[in-house]
Design a protein around this ligand. Structure first.
Ligand code: S3P
Length: 436
């Protein structure tokens, strides 16, 4: 599917209710699978990634029923899971696949995993190797590195695993696997990554002990298994990674005024707000709402321990950098190379097609700012989404801000995380959008 976006002069005003958080939705489904009884998930994400996880938990024996805005999940719990009679296809979802591999270690028998062309290129060794350190039996393509993969459940023992990258997906896979271990499992990560698994473990009555080093950076979490979550009710908050597209759009648009409601505002997800503030954006947080007003931005340097808290927002932050004055440098972000696409390459290619100068680093990018909102009103360009939802949405916002006509091929990929994206863009901005 192609989106044809026309923008004469950027304008953005209104109120945004971002879609339900994708990371929390995946984990809520998995915990509902492991709890014995009925759990109630209000405002579960309707993104395709989350639908793939929902289908996976059905494969393990859970049943799902929609009741108004709630999804009711009924399961016989951690000790009653069944061996799936089909291959579990996680589509485009790295989170679904990696967390699923962790959960599969709890299930007697075999679980087979695959995904789409993008997911089959993404590294799975990062989750397979540490699970094997605890005794898991897992085989995967190309030297146990890529999907398809096969997990043979059971056989894990207690121990401590040190992760070399701060990855919430890997940490979470280990924490789920720890629920079936007889004794303690400790996971140590170099910097705190998003703690949604820990938050939901606490909500469902699973005890965990967390340790932070004095510098606040190294984070350890210990679970003593076997442990069984209790059924729960949860309202899923709005997704900051989805809201980020409109927050940046408003921050760069002169005269813009955007209210963002019901967004998750935990510190491990809002690094992009800190960076935008540092760039000079006008942001106000009041009673759980965020107000963004357009202003002029300046280039900044971004690197170090803030990176895990904004890794998914780097493509759209680079769009903000294009409209800032001066240079923006992003480093320590080598993880970008193993997302849905190599986002150092795809972000640079996108900005370049709008005439922005970008230098690619091994672990980041340097964006030369100075683009004026609306200044490309007479221009036309065609870009590709490349099976990457965040590149597709960054392209649409860049097109809206720069002006003129932007054709984006492959926009069906936005449904991976934000099915209502184009509807919200049309409602909030002055853009005309043709989908076809
Ligand atoms: C996620 C963790 C991050 C993030 C991804 C979602 C999660 O990946 O980029 O979009 O829900 O755990 P890593 O764990 O690879 O850092």
């Amino acid at each position: 599917m192609q989106a044809r976006i026309f923008s004469a002069e950027p304008r953005l005003v209104g109120s945004l209710r971002p879609p339900p958080d994708k990371s929390i939705s995946h984990r809520a489904l998995l915990l509902a699978l492991l709890a014995q009884g009925v759990s109630r998930l209000d405002h579960l994400s309707t993104a395709l990634d989350v639908a793939a996880t929902a289908s996976m938990i059905e494969g393990y024996g859970a049943s799902l029923r929609v009741d108004g805005s709630a999804t009711l999940v009924e399961s016989s719990g951690r000790t009653g899971l069944i061996e799936p009679d089909r291959i579990l296809d996680l589509g485009n979802s790295g989170t679904g696949a990696r967390l699923g591999i962790g959960v599969a270690t709890l299930v007697p028998g075999l679980s087979f995993f695959t995904g789409d062309a993008s997911l089959r290129q993404r590294p799975m060794g990062r989750v397979i190797d540490p699970l094997r350190q605890l005794g898991a039996t897992i085989s995967a393509r190309n030297g146990d590195s890529y999907l398809p993969a096969m997990v043979c459940g059971g056989g894990l023992v207690s121990g401590t695993v040190h992760l070399s990258v701060a990855s919430a997906q890997v940490k979470s896979a280990l924490l789920f696997a720890a629920l079936g271990v007889d004794g303690p499992v400790t996971v140590v990560e170099p910097v705190l990554s998003r703690p949604h698994t820990e938050e939901l473990f606490e909500l469902t009555g699973i005890d965990l002990v967390e340790d932070f080093a004095e510098d606040g950076e190294v984070h350890g979490v210990t679970i003593v298994g076997p442990a069984q979550p209790s059924p729960f009710s949860l309202r899923i908050p709005g997704d900051p990674s989805a809201a980020a597209f409109f927050v940046v759009a408003a921050a760069c648009t002169p005269g813009a005024d955007l209210d963002v409601e019901e967004m998750y505002l935990g510190p491990t997800r809002t690094g992009f707000l800190e960076v935008l503030e540092h760039m000079g954006a006008h942001l106000t947080r009041e009673h759980g709402r965020l107000r963004v007003q357009g202003s002029s931005l300046e280039g900044v340097e971004v690197g170090g321990s803030i990176i895990p808290s904004l890794i998914d927002e780097i493509p759209i932050l680079c769009v903000a950098a294009a409209f800032a004055s001066g240079l923006t440098t992003i480093h320590d972000a080598g993880e970008l190379r193993i997302k849905e696409t190599d986002r150092i390459e795809t972000t640079a290619e996108l900005l370049t097609s709008f005439g922005v100068t970008v230098e690619k680093l091994t672990d980041g990018l340097v964006v030369h700012g100075g683009l004026q909102p609306g200044s490309l009103g007479a221009g036309q360009r065609r870009v590709g989404a490349k099976l990457d939802h965040r590149i597709a949405m960054a392209a649409a916002i860049l097109g809206m801000l720069a002006g003129g006509t932007t054709e984006i091929d492959g926009v069906e990929t936005v449904a991976t995380s934000y099915p209502g994206f184009f509807r919200d863009l049309e409602a909030l901005s002055s853009t005309t959008i043709e989908l076809g």
